[in-house]
Design a binder for this molecule. Structure first.
Ligand code: GUN
Length: 298
């Protein structure tokens, strides 16, 4: 292995310490804690784990956490009414509706209902539009966390060739916008891309967010490339690993032999997502309360 392993866990821990410091000074200035509301509909086990760890992390950095657990058969109108209630609640700075929602619910209508000032997931049309326009706003957590790791590793990204594999609303599209804003030359590749390996081989920066276990191989990479692996896939159980091994979208062993730097799975991008959610909540809190926050402070 020649690649440096990018320690997302350590970077996220540092960001959480900074968030906790700013959360304390926010509380002094605003006379209240910054608050994050997380809404979970139904019993999806993975979502339950994510929501519990978001709540715990929110409290740990000195912010208020409001958790709403609704039954699987919640009606669209009732969920919209809860979003309206949270939009109007002055103690709530950020609203996150955990996705995916049960199939009978209209996800887009629910997300669009969130006040953009509280859209800490960066998924509303206003947030998405502001990102595309290059205006300040709230940006989805996983791509922003990935960008922080890239800038920490590489410094100035301008002029670099970046390939984003995946075009999801949550990761691929906002990631491409963020890299473009850093003056990268950006290619968005996806399941219909021809000669994907050749496209990836041009890249100084590869962001893999496709949800296909170990798809990107070492011989697809330009030597020295920086690889951000957003995938979290559980392989089928084996005797060794009865729960199934967690792997990314990149074949770590072969990629690490060629790349200059690479994020591991777990311990790479994953821990950044919650840290950035806390960061976004605190940024929203400052704006909502009219408390100034220096540019780039967090
Ligand atoms: N489900 C998986 N990732 C996310 C995320 O970043 N935000 C929301 N709301 N739901 C998710």
């Amino acid at each position: 292995m020649s690649a440096a392993v990018i320690d997302g866990k350590a970077f996220a821990a540092g960001l959480r310490v900074r968030v906790a410091e700013y959360a304390a000074t926010f509380e002094q200035s605003a006379g209240r804690k910054a608050g994050l509301a997380v809404v979970l509909v139904g019993e999806d086990p993975a979502s339950q784990v994510y929501v519990a760890s978001k709540g715990k992390a929110t409290l740990e950095c000195g912010m208020a956490s409001f958790e709403y657990k609704l039954p699987d058969d919640t009606a669209q109108d009732d969920l919209i009414a809860l979003v309206d209630q949270l939009n109007a609640d002055p103690m709530v700075d950020g609203i996150l509706v955990q996705l995916p929602l049960p199939r009978h619910l209209d996800e887009q209508a629910v997300v669009e209902r969130i006040d953009p000032a509280k859209d800490v997931d960066g998924l509303t049309p206003v947030s998405t539009g502001r990102l595309a326009l290059g205006l300040p706003g709230l940006v989805p957590c996983t791509p922003l966390g990935s960008l922080m790791l890239l800038k920490d590793r590489l410094g100035d990204l301008s002029g670099l060739d970046a390939v984003v594999i995946g075009r999801s609303i949550l990761v691929g599209k906002p990631m491409a916008q963020l890299l473009l804003a850093q003056s990268c030359t950006v290619t968005i590749a996806h399941s219909r891309t021809k000669n994907l390996a050749d496209v990836v081989r041009r890249a100084d920066i590869v962001v893999a967010a496709v949800g296909r276990p170990e798809m990107v191989k070492g011989d697809w990479l330009k030597p020295g490339a920086t690889v951000i692996d957003v995938g979290i896939n559980r392989l089928p159980p084996t005797n060794d690993k009865p729960k199934g091994r967690l792997v990314g979208d990149v074949d770590f062993a072969s990629a690490a032999a060629v790349a200059g730097a690479i994020t591991p799975v777990p311990g790479g991008v994953g821990p950044m997502t919650i840290a950035v959610l806390l960061r976004n909540t605190l940024v929203a809190a400052h704006r909502n309360a009219g408390v100034p926050l220096a540019d780039g402070a967090l």
